[in-house]
Design a protein around this ligand. Structure first.
Ligand code: ATP
Ligand code: MG
Length: 687
């Protein structure tokens, strides 16, 4: 008989859970790869494995669990607790609370680096730059080196950052990255080299780390065999979900921490690898077994528990056309009559209408909004739908789009906290100082450089004579910073907020709404133990935007999920809508260069389709609007159904056109009119 907490698993899943633990002494601590398709229970198996470790007496503080997002990590911790409860009863909570090392690669990296900063000559007070801050710093360097004024167009700050990031993450020389992925920038190799050196120096001088640095410095730390043994020795078990989306640097960190693979478990699906633009490589998964001697054990799973048979058949059809694949097709016992629907609509407005109508119908049938999600290839694709949802008062949360933290006022307040934390952080200082009337970029830059050279930058700032035309504002600014130093956490966020509000009133017409956001930020902040922890966590995994722009959603509220496919990874919903299933959107116009890029777009569609449990709708607008992506700028284009669903796959779908064209006989209203009336009635429900 199986122990209570393993009863729900199938045999293969169970063997993955118990591998090398407890009575499975034969395999004790041998490295394990679980490779399997979507919805086959990989994440569920991993959660059971963690629970099984805890039940078998492994100290949860010695388990390192790495997931794709912080959301996934906390979901996993909750699952682990539920499973443990079956065996341990109420003691489970105490034990799983000690599962403190669950998070993203970057988040875990930041924590480890704070502990070992001195060992590698880093100041542990470092602040972390998000992608936008990094691009801003790259831009400052571009200006400093005079590259922004070159005759022919030098790559934008975003492109520069992407090239830089790819170079460090793939551990490939710049020249090769340019030739492979950015051929149109290859003439700038010399300038880019100079720019990247300046960027690296600036980060060091300012004691800031960007996302890539968290991995780079971590790799450097464990590059020292003694430190590697010490850090690796803190964990008896290291488990990684979504391993197909890790890059070389990440796998080299794992290998350095656990050279023999002892206690290492990785889980992934090559058919869902969608992060090659961040240098992720499925070689990590494929090469994993042979990285050890003897090689790692491999367990595959092939039963899908998520989707109905028709949905799975269609998804399998799409991925079958891929050039390269390692995992086999999945099967399911979930029978259903409903094939996924492939619906042609006139344009994006009709598409939004169609989706909203279906969502409301589903709701009539008893689904909540949270049971449903709308997915898209690129964040901007959801624009018309967001307008329609707002118009109809349907609350939604958008993953992977504009973040709460991207709002200017939220960034301003965070800049104050960051500057107090690390006055050498020039991007934060630059943003903050220019809020003061009378301070322009040149003055700000001069002051920041001057204080950065002082061992006590904030004291040096207080000594600087007020720049001309700043009036009282200068004094108030300096006072705010010194008060913050004495304010303690989370009180200091209040100090910053009170200082900032008059500027907010001066700068924005909608100051009141923005003030509400800042109050909310204060509330979020109070949940963190320290300023440093708050800034780190928030920068690495910011809350998502909501329909009312009031920050994070209330948890008891029912809302629809809008998400890019990338951010939908690992998740599932009863009903899934995928919009803009047309060539140009998926595959994206920007990714039709190489076969590898097109293959990745195919996997993206596969990931999207395999999120659905019971119902799946793919919509194909006949026309859609491009936002300045083409040389011609914004324009309407006529679209064709995505090449990933060729005619040979249509058998897997129920095809339809919407609105349904019906001859309108006298005395009857056409179908569209009736549908709109239904919509109007439902609007009443929402208001
Ligand atoms: P993805 O590749 O999308 O990340 P996954 O392989 O991680 O998927 P899970 O998310 O773990 O799959 O599981 C998919 C669904 O199947 C979940 O709802 C999970 O609860 C369910 N499931 C997994 N294993 C079983 C099982 N043995 N019995 C019943 N349901 C299961
Ligand atoms: Mg998963």
């Amino acid at each position: 008989m199986n122990p209570a907490h393993l009863e729900t698993l199938n045999e293969r899943q169970r063997s993955a859970v118990v591998h090398g633990i407890g009575s499975d002494a034969e395999n004790v601590n041998r490295p394990l790869l679980i490779i399997a398709g979507a919805g086959s229970g990989k994440t569920n198996t991993l959660a059971h494995r963690v629970a099984h470790l805890i039940v078998n007496g492994v100290d949860p503080r010695r388990i390192l669990l790495m997931t794709f997002s912080r959301r996934a990590a906390s979901e996993m911790s909750r699952r682990v607790e539920r499973i443990c409860r079956k065996v341990l009863g109420n003691d489970a909570g105490v034990l799983t609370d000690a599962l403190t090392w669950a998070g993203t690669f970057h988040g875990i990296g930041a924590r480890i680096l704070r502990d070992y900063a001195y060992e590698i000559g880093l100041d542990p007070g470092f602040t972390i730059h998000d992608r936008e801050d990094s691009a801003d710093l790259m831009n400052l360097m571009r200006h400093d080196l005079g590259l922004s004024k070159m005759e022919s167009r030098f790559p934008t700050k975003g492109t520069c950052l992407a090239i830089y990031s790819r170079t460090v993450n793939s551990e490939t020389p710049l020249g090769e990255v340019l030739r492979q992925a950015y051929p149109w920038c290859a003439t700038w190799e010399k300038e880019l080299k100079a720019l990247f050196s300046a960027y690296v120096e600036a980060k060091q001088a300012q004691n800031v780390l960007d996302y890539d640095d968290l991995l780079l410095y971590w790799a450097q730390t464990v590059g020292d065999p003694e430190l590697a043994a010490e850090i690796g020795g803190r964990f008896d078990h290291v488990l990684v979900d979504e391993y197909q989306d890790t890059n070389r640097l990440q796998s080299s960190i794992l290998m350095a921490m656990k050279p023999g693979g002892c206690g290492l478990t990785v889980v992934g699906d090559d058919a869902q690898s969608i992060y090659s633009f961040r240098a992720a490589t499925i070689r990590n998964i494929l090469d994993f077994p042979a990285s050890f001697d003897p090689p790692a054990d491999i367990i595959t799973l092939d039963r899908n528990y998520r989707s109905t048979q028709p949905i799975l058949a269609a998804a399998n059809g799409v991925i079958d056309l891929a050039r390269e694949r390692f995992t086999k097709n999945l099967w399911t016992e979930r029978q259903s009559e409903d094939r996924p629907r492939l619906v042609t609509v006139r344009d994006e407005a009709e598409q939004a209408n169609y989706i909203v109508e279906q969502i409301l119908e589903n709701r009539e049938r008893g689904l909540t909004l949270k049971d449903q999600a709308v997915l898209f290839r690129t964040s901007s694709h959801s624009g018309p739908l967001e307008i329609e949802l707002t118009r109809r008062n349907i609350p939604f949360v958008k993953f992977g789009g504009l973040k709460f933290l991207d709002a200017a006022h939220v960034k301003d307040l965070l800049a104050a906290l960051r500057f107090a934390q690390n006055p050498r952080d020039k991007v934060a200082g630059f943003r903050l100082m220019q809020l003061l009337p009378g301070v322009g970029p040149q003055t700000a830059s001069k002051i920041l450089d001057a204080i950065a050279a002082d061992p006590h930058p904030l004291a040096a700032l207080a000594e600087i004579p007020p720049p001309p035309r700043t009036g009282d504002d200068w004094g108030k600014f300096v006072d705010m910073l010194s008060e913050m130093g004495r304010g303690g956490w989370p009180g200091e966020i209040e100090i910053a907020r009170l200082w900032y509000e008059p500027h907010l009133d001066r700068l924005h017409d909608d100051a009141e709404t923005r003030k509400a956001d800042l109050l909310q930020l204060g509330q979020i902040a109070s949940g963190y133990g320290s300023r440093e922890r708050f800034l780190t966590e928030l920068t690495l995994d910011p809350p998502d935007a909501t329909s009312d722009q009031a920050g994070v959603p209330l948890l008891d509220e029912d809302y629809l999920i809008l998400s890019t496919i990338h951010s939908a990874k690992g998740q599932e919903w009863k009903s899934v809508f995928m919009l803009n299933c047309v060539d140009g959107c998926i595959p994206s116009d920007l990714s039709v260069g190489t076969t590898a890029e097109i293959e990745e777009e195919r996997r993206l569609l596969y990931v999207a389709m395999t999120r659905a449990k019971d119902s799946l709708h793919l919509t194909v607008p006949q026309r859609f609007f491009t936002y300045g992506q083409n040389a011609q700028g914004d324009r309407h284009v006529y679209a064709a159904r995505t090449r990933f669903i060729p005619a040979t796959l249509l058998q897997f779908f129920e095809t339809a056109t919407w609105p349904v064209a019906q001859p309108s006989a006298p005395g009857t209203r056409d179908a569209r009119q009736i549908r709109l009336d239904v919509g109007a009635r439902m609007r009443g429900m929402w208001n």
